[in-house]
Design a protein around this ligand. Structure first.
Ligand code: PGA
Length: 242
C-alpha cells in the first residue's frame, strides 16, 4: 500500500498573514490525522510564514516552481538551494498553468526534475491532457510523450522520491472532475511497466470535499493535488479526511 500524499497548491493566492491564519485553523483539524502525508505549497513570499506556522506538525511545505541552475542571473527565479534553505521539502514542477502561461516545456520540466532530485526535494511533476486532446482520443499519446520527455535520463534508482500528479487540464479550476474510473485509467497508463510500484500518482483537477472519497477510494490514486478547495482550512481538511 502506498501512503497517500495530499497537496495544497495555493497558486497566486494568500499573503503571509493569511497563511498564518490558515495554519491556525488548519492544524487542529488534522492534528490526529496520520493516515496520509500532507504538504502545502504557498507562493514564495509565504514560505517563511508557512514553515514557521507548520513547525512541530506533520505538514510539509513545498514550492510551486524552481529553476534548474544553482544560481545566476535569472531575474524572478528561485533555486533548489533557496527552497531548501527556506525549509521546503517538496516542489511542484511543470504545472499546466506554467506550461500554458510561462512557456514551460517537457524539456524544462526534465531539467527542473533532475535538479530537484539531486537537491533531495520531493518533486511533484504535473502531466495531463487538454480538452481537445482528450476529445481527439489523444490522451494516451500525450501522457506518454509528457512522461517520456519529463523523465528522460532519470533512472528508477534516482527517481526515488518522485511523485507524479495527473491533472487533466480541462478539470483544473473548472468544477469538472474526471470520474474516478477515468482518472484511474490514466494513472495505470502513466505507471506503465517502467515505473516503480512504489511511485505515487496523485490526481488533481477540481478535487472537493464532495468528490474526494470516491476519487481517493480508487486503488490507483495515491493522493490529490488540490487548488481552489485547499485555500480554505475546513475544506482542505475535509478532503484530507474524506
Ligand atoms: P483546482 O486546481 O483544484 O482548483 O482544480 C488543481 C491544480 O491546478 O493543481
Amino acid at each position: 500500500m502506498r501512503k497517500k500524499l495530499m497537496v495544497a497548491n495555493w497558486k497566486m493566492y494568500k499573503t503571509p498573514d493569511q497563511t498564518r491564519d490558515f495554519f491556525r485553523a488548519f492544524l487542529p483539524l488534522i492534528a490526529d490525522h496520520t493516515r496520509d502525508e500532507i504538504a502545502v505549497c504557498p507562493s514564495f513570499v509565504c514560505l517563511a510564514a508557512a514553515v514557521e506556522a507548520a513547525k512541530g506538525s506533520h505538514v510539509a511545505i513545498g514550492g510551486q516552481n524552481l529553476h534548474w541552475e544553482k544560481e545566476g542571473a535569472y531575474t524572478g527565479e528561485i533555486s533548489a538551494g533557496m527552497l531548501l534553505a527556506a525549509g521546503c521539502t517538496h516542489v511542484i514542477i511543470g504545472h499546466s498553468e506554467r506550461r500554458q502561461y510561462f512557456g514551460e516545456t517537457d524539456d524544462t520540466v526534465n531539467r527542473k526534475l533532475k535538479t530537484a532530485l539531486e537537491a533531495g526535494l520531493t518533486p511533484i511533476v504535473c502531466v495531463g491532457e487538454v480538452l481537445e486532446e482528450r476529445e481527439a482520443g489523444l490522451t494516451e499519446d500525450v501522457l506518454r510523450r509528457q512522461c517520456l520527455r519529463a523523465f528522460h535520463a532519470i533512472s528508477g534508482k534516482k527517481a526515488g522520491k518522485l511523485v507524479i500528479a495527473y491533472e487533466p487540464v480541462w478539470a483544473i479550476g473548472t468544477g469538472k472532475t474526471a470520474t474516478p474510473r477515468l482518472a484511474a485509467e490514466a494513472h495505470v497508463l502513466i505507471r506503465g511497466d517502467k515505473m516503480a510500484e512504489s511511485l505515487r500518482i496523485l490526481y488533481g483537477g477540481s478535487v472537493k470535499p464532495e468528490n474526494a472519497k470516491s476519487l481517493m477510494s480508487e486503488e490507483e490514486i495515491d493522493g490529490a493535488l488540490v487548488g481552489g478547495s485547499s485555500l480554505n482550512a475546513t475544506s482542505f481538511a475535509a478532503i484530507i479526511k474524506y
